[in-house]
Write a protein that binds this ligand. Sequence first.
Ligand code: 3PG
Length: 214
Amino acid sequence: MDFFDKVNQAGTVPVVVIDSAECAVPTAQALIRGGISFMEITLRTSCALEAIRLVKENVPEMTVGAGTVISEEQAQAAVAAGASFIVSPGFFPEVVDHCIKSNVPVIPGCVTPTEIISAINKGIKIVKFFPADVYGGIKTIKELSGVFRDIKFLPTGGINASNMAEYISEPSIIAVGGSWVCPSKMIAAHDYDGIELKAKEATDIIKTLKENAA
Ligand code: 3PG
């Protein structure tokens, strides 16, 4: 299965902030138990690269990527740590070029037509749409997808269990992302059962939507 299909199948991409490396593996295992095998560990904390390495080595069922990648050096370090894909909150050509050169899937953040055109011209198929709620949510994505018909969106920012179905029902949205599945507070409290439940809730929503669409 290629990367595009994997994201499509995942439906939900948890945006995970790990403050302590020891939490990385149990968090990934909780997501797996809840039916989610795709996660983005953000490079917002000093232990993020270590967290990616630990998940890659210890939870083979998980496809782990790096998020909040804002420089070529970070992209390089994340791939070296084991990241299978790179997500950036914005469109930064050096990050995108590095990933293309290294043959690593990259999802750059694009919210304007100009940014989307930049992504298309690099051969990108999926863009992150962040912060989705602030930039007009589904309404904006629908307008953009009318013009950029081959681009799929991964919206994040303000998405949760109560509005994810609405987002996912839009055909140009390949999956939704966010921190609600795996909140930092739950990770810090080692509430892995709680994370499993949140993951299961998201998994069930995706499953129901797919069944209804079939
Ligand atoms: C991201 O990096 O995509 C956002 O931090 C996710 O936003 P959320 O916390 O509102 O889900």
